[in-house]
Design a protein around this ligand. Structure first.
Ligand SMILES: C[S@@+](CC[C@H](N)C(=O)[O-])C[C@H]1O[C@@H](n2cnc3c(N)ncnc32)[C@H](O)[C@@H]1O
Length: 328
């Protein structure tokens, strides 16, 4: 745990941080990660909407990009995407060009290999190992241009970036659902958890769709989707799908719901998305959903829809059409 490690570092090595440091914290997962530092001038860099909501509710200012403002301290809590972890370290060296950079993470997120590589690129002041994780620190300036992430062009010209869902290519489950969507998908709909936009692009090939609400919590993904989609019929919402309410009840919803949150598997999330779908659909509205076959969504579907059927899926994935939402 980050608070435990940073407290240990300060005790063992003397205070690395002082209360009036101008600090930026990349990817804190909880308010307590930030508050444990007792810094008066701390800004959090966080792109996941539900986490931003929690941080801001605790009085922590959040940003989604780095600006001209310079800091003398940057902390990175590494995510489990190695590419994104490196990009955040690169951003930290730009945000604190003459200061201290602290890199922290759990072993399960790959902190050991991140530090191993960092040692090859720059002079690390120290590393400690504690509470299933590691903390390393170094001083800037440091030349870490090679860690900078640049958009990746994948099949069909789509652009993705490090850390977003299916960053290296089109997700096979979404591809399957796109193939099985009916030709006459009509009216106003939504894509819940739209990622970088693949499913919506495919759905919008149907001219009978008049409007599509695109809901996504990841700021990086939604910005990619704005470019990948580029369609006047789409309205983008950077928000938490679990609390989103359609302006008017919808004709259809498409989704490949998440079952991971902050890198951890949370199968309940998919069931929560099903509930959100039912309460945002008209009585005649239809939900089109794809999921890994082993995920137990049928109970949630039965609770929130009067009828459903499985379309011809595959060994790995199931595509479900659910109608008559119950949850009005
Ligand atoms: C399985 S991916 C599907 C992405 C996209 N529809 C596709 O087919 O490639 C699920 C998406 O839901 C997003 N997500 C996770 N939790 C969310 C939430 N609470 N609100 C909105 N989006 C969320 C994730 O960031 C991810 O992009």
């Amino acid at each position: 745990m980050f608070p435990e490690r940073i407290e240990f570092v300060q005790r063992k090595f003397g205070p690395l941080l002082s209360q009036d440091d101008e600090a930026i914290f990349f990817n804190p997962e909880t308010p307590s990660d930030c508050l444990s530092l007792s810094l008066d001038k701390l800004v959090a860099y966080q792109t996941l909407f539900p986490v931003v909501e929690q941080l801001e509710a605790a009085g922590i200012k959040c940003v989604q990009s780095i600006s001209q403002q310079k800091f003398n301290l940057a902390i990175i809590s590494i995510p489990n995407s190695k590419k994104l972890a490196r990009h955040l370290i690169y951003l930290a060296t730009k945000a604190a060009p003459e200061g201290l950079i602290i890199v922290d993470g759990e072993k399960s997120n790959g902190i050991e290999s991140i530090i191993r590589d960092l040692k090859k690129q720059t002079k690390i002041s120290n590393v400690i190992s504690k509470a299933h994780g590691k903390t390393a620190w170094f001083e800037t300036p440091a030349e870490l241009e090679m860690y900078k992430d640049i958009p990746l062009k994948i099949e069909d010209g789509f652009k993705t970036r490090a850390g977003v869902f299916s960053a290296d290519g089109i997700d096979p489950a979404s591809k399957l659902l796109a193939q099985l969507l009916p030709g006459d998908l009509t009216g106003v709909g939504a894509d819940l958890g739209g990622g970088w936009g693949y499913l919506s692009v495919k759905a919008l090939e149907k001219d009978s769709i008049s409007k599509l609400h695109f809901i996504e919590a990841d700021f990086t993904a939604i910005n990619l989707a704005k470019n990948n989609l580029n369609d006047q019929r789409v309205k983008f919402y950077w928000c938490d799908a679990l609390t989103w309410k359609a302006p008017k009840l919808l004709d259809f919803i498409i989704m490949n719901p998440p079952f991971h949150y902050l890198g951890r598997a949370i199968p309940r999330l998919g069931a929560d998305f099903i509930k959100v779908a039912s309460r945002n659909l008209k009585k005649s509205g239809i939900l089109w959903l794809v999921a890994n076959r082993h995920l137990p969504y049928e109970d949630a579907i039965q609770r929130h829809f009067s009828s459903f059927s499985e379309l011809s899926g595959s060994k790995k994935f199931k595509v479900i059409r659910a109608e008559n939402p119950i949850n009005f």
